[in-house]
Write a protein that binds this ligand. Structure first.
Ligand SMILES: Cc1cc2nc3c(=O)[nH]c(=O)nc-3n(C[C@H](O)[C@H](O)[C@H](O)COP(=O)(O)OP(=O)(O)OC[C@H]3O[C@@H](n4cnc5c(N)ncnc54)[C@H](O)[C@@H]3O)c2cc1C
Length: 354
């Protein structure tokens, strides 16, 4: 059987390895438009690749039930065992899991090396354009297939090769594409922040819209020239987008574990103390979201191929020999390894049933 995978990123590389291992006689080909496979994967987790999260899944995914069902079936232990049997030892930092090498590059290289050893064919610098009658049409020619796996990701970080065009074109095949928006991004605020740009603080953040709470979380905040960043703010941006909040307010407690008594300079650097002076209480500073950043600064894209178009095995309901995995689907997680974990679990799920 000929299996062609569009996209040599997190999901595609893992699927290729797992399928070839299970079906050594099948011809498994991965096509990727970039010269280097796993270009984005190599940049994940600040170069360390936060590949998995062992924590509670509650509130971590856009479509939580689908994620719960998937991880009941393909457990975190299953994913880790797969890595361990492929010479990738792992390291836990609380709930966050990294390759022991703490190198996203070495991690990606090992996935490819293991696949090559089994005979996976990797065709880089090959852009898939469309497919018809069991033939994938690329800018380098045609490749016939019996099964097609779509693992081409979406739009976040185009500078790392992300490209949503293959997915968007699937509308012509009858798929429903939930509108794409940048998720996990910095936010631009109405309040000016330039004077404190570069300052980081551990804070507590509450995201409100019309008195309803959409996020209530501790985390690190980073002031930028035109707004706020940091993981907790990435989560704010995704909630603002997911719920299409009209008048979001980000309430920041700059002293999450203290009562405020004394003067601001007792707690903060002179620059931050001076910035916070106009606010009455450093435990309740409100920022108003003007905008969220674009795909260039986005970690995960919200939207994608509707989950209604696939069955529980990630097999297309529209075309009998097509499977869709990873970020290409309308699913996105919060920071902490949830997005790579989704990519890997969907890949293992398809490899188990193909
Ligand atoms: C800077 C950054 C850091 C991140 N860090 C983390 C982290 O530490 N932990 C975490 O869980 N998540 C992280 N993420 C998110 C994570 O990288 C993605 O969710 C994950 O890579 C999605 O995997 P995927 O295989 O579905 O898509 P991708 O990894 O994006 O792979 C898709 C592949 O398809 C290829 N492709 C696209 N179109 C075509 C085409 N037409 N023809 C051929 N090839 C094509 C692309 O070149 C790409 O290689 C990070 C994202 C970014 C941008």
């Amino acid at each position: 059987m000929k299996i062609v995978i569009v996209g040599g990123g997190a999901a595609g590389l893992l699927a290729a390895l797992a399928i070839k291992e299970k079906h050594p006689r099948d011809i498994v080909t991965v096509v990727d438009k970039n010269p280097k496979l796993g270009k984005k994967l190599r940049a994940t987790g600040n170069g360390k690749a936060n590949i998995l999260n062992l924590g509670n899944l509650k509130g971590r995914y856009q479509h939580e039930m689908v994620a719960q069902n998937l991880f009941r079936d393909i457990t975190r232990e299953n994913i880790l065992k797969f890595f361990h049997t492929h010479h990738i030892a792992t390291l836990n930092d609380g709930d966050y899991v990294y390759p022991y090498s703490e190198s996203a590059n070495a991690f990606t290289d090992t996935l490819v090396k293991e696949g090559k050893a089994l005979g996976v064919i990797y065709q880089s610098e090959t852009k898939a354009i469309d497919y018809k009658n069991n033939v994938l049409i690329t800018d380098q020619g045609k490749i016939s297939f019996d099964r097609l796996i779509i693992a081409s990701g979406l739009a976040s970080h185009p500078q790392l090769g992300a490209d949503a065009n293959f997915v968007l074109n699937l509308a012509n095949h009858g798929y429903h594409i939930v509108s794409l928006r940048p998720g996990l991004t910095p936010i631009k605020t109405i309040e000016k922040t330039k004077s404190v740009s570069g300052i980081r603080r551990k804070v507590h953040v509450t995201l409100l819209d019309h008195n309803q709470v959409y996020l209530d979380e501790d985390g690190e905040l980073l002031f930028k020239n035109d707004g706020l960043s940091g993981i907790v703010i990435y989560h704010v941006s995704s909630q603002v987008t997911r719920f299409a909040l009209k008048a979001p307010e980000v309430v920041v407690d700059f002293l999450p574990h203290e009562h405020f008594a004394g003067s601001l300079t007792d707690y903060f650097s002179p620059a931050l103390a001076s910035y916070l002076k106009p606010y009455k209480d450093p435990k309740h500073v409100i920022f108003h979201v003007k905008d969220i950043a674009n795909y260039h600064d986005s970690v995960a894209t919200i939207g994608g191929i509707s989950l209604k178009d696939i069955d529980q095995n990630f097999k297309s309901k529209i075309e009998s020999n097509v499977y869709i995995i990873g970020e290409a689907l309308d699913q996105d997680g919060l920071c902490g390894g949830f997005n790579l974990m989704w990519a890997f679990a969907t890949a293992l799920k398809v490899s188990a049933i193909i």
